[in-house]
Design a protein around this ligand. Structure first.
Ligand SMILES: CC(C)(COP(=O)(O)OP(=O)(O)OC[C@H]1O[C@@H](n2cnc3c(N)ncnc32)[C@H](O)[C@@H]1OP(=O)(O)O)[C@@H](O)C(=O)NCCC(=O)NCCS
Length: 202
């Protein structure tokens, strides 16, 4: 995922496209009631969080290099630096939350990272989805949708009213997931989209 710090930085050239239809008029699916397996969120231990952030640094570096934003030589160091400057040494103190998602049998399906929107003018009611990952063997079985839904429910329960995220355009699976889950384009450029969803009270 593109995140806002850039781990999900919003696209730099902002187009007035809130609600714009990514796939062409009439093709965005707004079915937010689509079935998904139930996923429960379990807070990560510090060790699990650190391992997830190291995985994240590697994948973020790859994504930035693939998008042509950083060279492959510099990507991993820059990625680690960005993450460190974002979360600090005590991520929870800065409002970052890390969860493992488990299925109904209690087996891990993936993980996600939520936190404050990394821009000073953002509403405190909006949270940022820094990452959502379904473990590779479990992809394509609805767990991504289930994880996203669990994140939304967690945020609703905490009184948050909006979830926002950034996604690279090449990540068509993730774009399809967000679009069909009711996320709308807030800003876009040639490489990435910033998407948002209002979280109505349950
Ligand atoms: C993106 C990701 C979280 C989706 O999780 P998933 O469990 O594979 O997705 P789901 O099975 O819940 O499917 C959700 C939607 O994604 C899309 N999708 C899933 N697999 C797809 C595939 N192989 N091809 C195209 N679209 C696909 C579909 O729109 C699907 O909805 P549908 O089944 O109702 O049509 C997962 O692929 C992943 O972890 N990717 C690597 C990390 C990543 O890119 N995270 C997002 C960063 S922005």
């Amino acid at each position: 995922m593109v995140r806002k710090l850039s781990i999900s930085k919003p696209p730099s050239r902002r187009a007035p496209a809130y609600g714009a239809n990514l796939l062409g008029k009439g093709r965005v699916c707004r079915d937010v009631t689509r079935a998904a397996p139930s996923v429960r969120l379990v807070s990560m231990t510090d060790a699990e969080r650190d391992a997830a952030l190291e995985q994240e640094a590697a994948e973020y570096a790859e994504a930035k290099a693939r998008a042509g934003i950083w060279t492959r030589d510099e990507a991993l160091n820059r990625s680690r630096e960005e993450i460190r400057s974002l979360v600090g040494t005590r991520p929870a103190d800065r409002g970052h939350e890390f969860f493992i998602g488990v299925d109904e049998a209690g087996r891990r399906v993936g993980w996600l990272w939520l936190g404050p929107v990394p821009s000073s003018d953002a509403s405190p009611d909006t949270r940022w989805l820094f990452q959502i990952v379904v473990d590779a063997p479990r992809r394509g079985q609805g767990f991504g949708r289930g994880l996203l839904r669990a994140a939304e429910e967690h945020l609703r329960a905490a009184g948050r009213s909006e979830l926002a995220l950034n996604v690279f355009r090449w990540n068509t699976v993730a774009v399809a997931l967000y679009t069909s889950s009711g996320y709308e384009i807030a800003f876009q450029d040639d490489k990435a989209l910033e998407m948002r969803k209002r979280l109505r009270p349950a």
